[in-house]
Design a protein around this ligand. Structure first.
Ligand code: ACO
Length: 326
């Protein structure tokens, strides 16, 4: 038994902020951002929340799947920017949808989160534990940006994507995932510092506690991505016993155009097989892959039986890939 993606959905905030808009606020330019990243704009949540965007994306996915919210058995939300520490985003989505029969929990694997959620869904489907699952990747990264740090705030955006998963007997699913916690400093965001009366010393982790904004060693992350992504795609293709030329679309985490081009080159595949949404959305971490998936689905670029690959990479460090029959 394997995962079938029965429906997809996505939601971006209404406010669109271009590179030129940012150029009026800080010392940056469209030319710098576009040439280094491929990003032209990003959508920033003003009236939207991580929950409201997730619910909008989930409703579209349920509609395409022809499923009522009450039929859902599980909701997994991948996010690093939920609206609240508690309750979990997945439970807030459950409440809004009225998915009263579902268990719900959040998963945090940063930009790899949606692919980790998909692999998790496959494990449940394969074991027979659940058969109807909603997975979500959703972020409001704008609240985790230091808007005086031009080296990070120009890169990220807000949004949500969702997929309804059902069980299918035919077709293939192969998944890999991995982590390297020793390199966590390369991309971090500090938590709330420990301030209770018994506290004596903060352990040395290299992560600046009390600085609740994203910090990144861009060049480290770049090197990690171009080394790891082709490798984990190679691993899922080997598991599936598929060749790269048999894949219709490679849907990669949208961090940087140059990373996507480097992966395409390494796999010796044309760029047409690597759709992008980062020009319009920037990097939306766990939401990147499902927003892109929904985009290609709505454009009619996926036919049942197509072989596709999804791949994510990001903070942790974490990485993951899935190869599946659409
Ligand atoms: N506008 C103008 N100048 C800028 C900006 C900006 N927004 N940001 C930085 N600069 C300046 C720097 O201050 C520096 O100036 P200096 O030489 O006078 O000191 C110069 O540009 C070069 O800065 P670098 O950080 O070395 O720029 P680099 O060429 O490495 O590009 C980038 C940065 C785009 C982040 C690159 O490292 C990269 O592509 N990294 C890959 C990782 C990535 O894309 N991460 C996104 C999130 S991670 C994830 O999702 C997994």
């Amino acid at each position: 038994m394997r995962v079938k993606i029965a429906g997809t959905g996505s939601c971006l905030p209404r406010l669109r902020v271009t590179n030129d808009d940012l150029g009026t606020m800080m010392d940056t330019s469209d030319a710098w951002i576009r040439s280094r990243t491929g990003i032209g704009a990003r959508h920033i949540a003003v009236e939207e929340t991580t929950t409201s965007m997730s619910v909008a994306a989930a409703r579209q996915a349920l509609e395409e799947a022809g499923m009522q919210p009450e039929e859902l058995e599980l909701i997994i939300a991948a996010t690093l920017s939920p609206d609240h520490v508690l309750p979990p985003l997945s439970c807030e989505v459950q409440r809004e949808l009225g998915a009263v029969n579902a268990a719900a929990y959040d998963l945090c694997a940063a930009c790899s989160g949606f692919v980790f959620a998909l692999n998790t869904a496959q494990a449940y489907i394969q074991s027979g534990f659940y058969r109807k699952i909603l997975i979500i990747g959703a972020e409001t990264l704008s609240k985790l940006m230091d808007w005086t740090d031009r080296s990070t705030c120009v890169l990220f955006g807000d949004g949500a994507g969702a997929a309804v998963i059902t069980a299918e007997e035919t077709g293939i699913f192969a998944g890999v995932q991995g982590s390297d916690g020793a390199k966590g400093e390369a991309l971090s965001c500090g938590g709330r510092p420990v301030e209770h009366p018994f506290h004596t010393k903060t352990p040395e982790t290299g992560i600046q506690e009390g600085y609740p904004y994203v910090q990144m060693n861009g060049q480290e992350v770049y090197k990690f991505a171009v080394r790891t992504v082709p490798k984990c795609i190679g691993q899922v293709l080997e598991q599936a016993q598929w060749q790269p030329q048999e894949i219709s679309l490679f849907l990669l985490h949208q961090a940087n155009q140059r990373i996507i081009e480097a992966v395409a080159k390494r796999l010796k595949q044309p760029m047409e097989k690597f759709p992008v949404c980062l020009e319009e959305c920037g990097n939306i971490s766990a939401a990147s892959v499902p927003v892109l998936l929904d985009q290609v689905n709505k454009e009619g670029r996926l036919q049942r039986g197509d072989r596709i690959v999804l791949a994510g990479f990001g903070a942790g460090l974490t990485w993951g890939a899935a190869a599946l029959t659409w």
